[in-house]
Design a protein around this ligand. Sequence first.
Ligand SMILES: Cc1cc2nc3c(=O)[nH]c(=O)nc-3n(C[C@H](O)[C@H](O)[C@H](O)COP(=O)(O)O)c2cc1C
Length: 173
Amino acid sequence: MLMASEAPTSAASGGLDAAAKKTLLRKIPHGLFICGVAEGDTINGFTASWVTQGSFEPPLVVMAVRADSTSNGIIQRTRRFSLNVLAADQKDLAAVFFKPQNGIGGRFDAAPYSLGALGLPILEAALGAVECELVGEVVHGDHTVFVAEVKTAVLHRDGAALELGPTGWQYGG
Ligand SMILES: Cc1cc2nc3c(=O)[nH]c(=O)nc-3n(C[C@H](O)[C@H](O)[C@H](O)COP(=O)(O)O)c2cc1C
């Protein structure tokens, strides 16, 4: 006989099994991207893994951004962002963009970039980048879910893209 404390948590019992939730959500495969933002003369960028395509026509992408991050406020105000696709061997570059930086935009000191047609940072070393304009957002919880339409696309070179799994890093659960 199971003691109450040993009983498996199920939807039927109305509770969320936090450990099961974490294990399962961490199995969602992710890529690793550098999101770029710009506001006036200020640029910023950060590593983002919670990114997916959301529509063929119009081409939409979906990205979840930490509510308390610098970039979240910039996206909310400017209604746009870029997504840089890294090559499979650019783990070090991805690390630059999630670590603390010397002032807003400081991460770009280690990463040459140009500004795209919408004025958003495009990393020279990336496989390429898209620039996107917001069409919707869900403000709920510790991340904001942005839905945005892809307006420009620049392909520097084709190749295998960086994925989260092989890095050994975790962001999810
Ligand atoms: C592997 C990994 C994946 C990440 N994915 C996301 C993400 O999808 N969305 C997000 O908002 N932050 C993500 N982060 C955290 C941001 O890169 C980090 O909070 C960054 O410092 C935010 O920069 P900002 O405050 O300058 O905007 C991730 C971090 C790591 C290590």
